[in-house]
Design a protein around this ligand. Structure first.
Ligand code: SF4
Length: 362
């Protein structure tokens, strides 16, 4: 078994919401991440899946301390990152990098590719002068970019090439852990596979550990060793990739899984898709008990009152659902036809609030 590199314990990130232009007063909190725990082994890829607004990007940013957590621990190789001040954190930042979703917005249009990729090397005093230029060209070569384009600007590259620039910047300081925040979702399908293969190759070559964030299970299936499913700031289920696809136990994972196409027309045509009604509720006012109960096809009164713990149900397989203790209830419901606790079709209460949007305003 590989060594553990990262252990996240009861991590919370709440964003205060203020009112008033002059006398600002905190009136509420957006609970973007609300008590998440898991661990990642060295050179492992953990996929993190959930709908837009579930808090997965905030979780990734809180782990590498781009957002400082509200509470909880982030043990990286034995050091609690959340407890360090900025000065003590600085040398560790070279080990913790991020690849952003939007290869257009994440690169400064006024900087050349050479300056963009070389910036972290300068910040961490790892190269200068000719050595810096040689290292940048080496990095461009590693990610499949022509090193002769070192003086070009981001707008002179395609979307896939820009993402390669972002990847070169992320690996410049020889990091150990990278948060890949939906790195292919803004790219054409034909380019997505190339970028995924590149990430795979870099992991093998440099022994990288990834947290790979995506909004659907199909995107993380092939790249992840294990997958964690997140809903409204909480982990619903975590298991190795195959178990999660073959035997999902949380109703939310079941629904996500039913949307993954099977490349066999016969099986695909006989499948019933579980369509969840409504959007993810507002993280400012999450539902009581199990946060999924307003949309869960199996929910009963206990689900609205008691929060299920993430419990071990098998080898490295954890689920947060009351059905684990009362599995007979599963037989009583057809998830493709039910709309959730107390809901009639089309009556699900949901908010358009999106945690990631709200956090920018907070
Ligand atoms: Fe559904 Fe209840 Fe399980 Fe939550 S605890 S996922 S509401 S069955």
């Amino acid at each position: 078994m590989a060594d553990e590199l990262l252990r996240v314990e009861n991590l919370k990130k709440h964003f205060p919401v203020y009112e008033g232009a002059i006398f600002r007063k905190e009136v509420d909190r957006v609970k973007a991440v609300d008590g998440v725990s898991f661990e990642i082994e060295e050179e492992e890829t953990l996929g993190l899946v959930g709908e837009s607004g579930c808090g997965k990007s905030t979780l990734g940013r809180s782990i590498i301390q781009l957002h400082r957590p509200t509470s909880g621990r982030v043990n990286f190789d034995g050091v609690d990152l959340a407890a360090l001040d900025d000065d003590d954190l600085h040398p560790l930042r070279r080990d913790l990098q991020m690849i952003f979703q939007d290869p257009f917005a994440s690169l400064n249009p006024r900087m050349t590719v050479g300056s963009i990729i070389g910036e972290p090397l300068k910040v961490h005093d790892m190269a200068s002068g000719d050595g810096l230029q040689r290292r940048v060209q080496e990095l461009m070569d590693i990610v499949g970019l022509d090193p002769r384009y070192i003086r070009r600007y981001p707008h002179e590259f395609s979307g896939g090439q820009r993402q390669r620039i972002g990847i070169a910047r992320a690996i410049a300081c020889n990091p150990r852990f990278i948060v890949c925040d939906e790195p292919v979702s803004a790219l054409d399908v034909s380019i997505q596979a190339q970028i995924l293969n590149l990430l795979d190759d870099l992991q093998d070559e440099f022994g990288l550990t990834y947290l790979f964030i995506a909004h659907d299970l199909a995107a993380v299936r092939h790249i992840s060793d294990r997958v964690a499913v997140m809903y409204l700031g909480h982990l619903a289920e975590i298991a190795d990739s195959e178990t999660l696809y073959r035997n999902p136990l949380h109703p939310y994972t079941e629904a996500l899984n039913s949307a993954v196409p099977i490349p066999d027309p016969e099986i695909e045509s006989g499948r019933e898709r579980i369509v969840l009604e409504g959007n993810v509720p507002s993280p400012m006012d999450p539902p009581s008990g199990c946060v999924f109960h307003t949309r869960c096809p199996y929910a009963w009164d206990k689900c609205a009152k008691e929060t299920p713990e993430l419990q071990e149900v098998g080898d490295d397989h954890k689920v947060a659902c009351h059905l684990i203790d009362e599995p007979e209830r599963r037989e009583e419901v057809d998830p493709a036809k039910s709309t959730g606790f107390g809901n009639e079709p089309g009556e699900v209460e949901a908010s358009d609030d999106d945690a990631e949007d709200v956090e920018l305003e907070a």
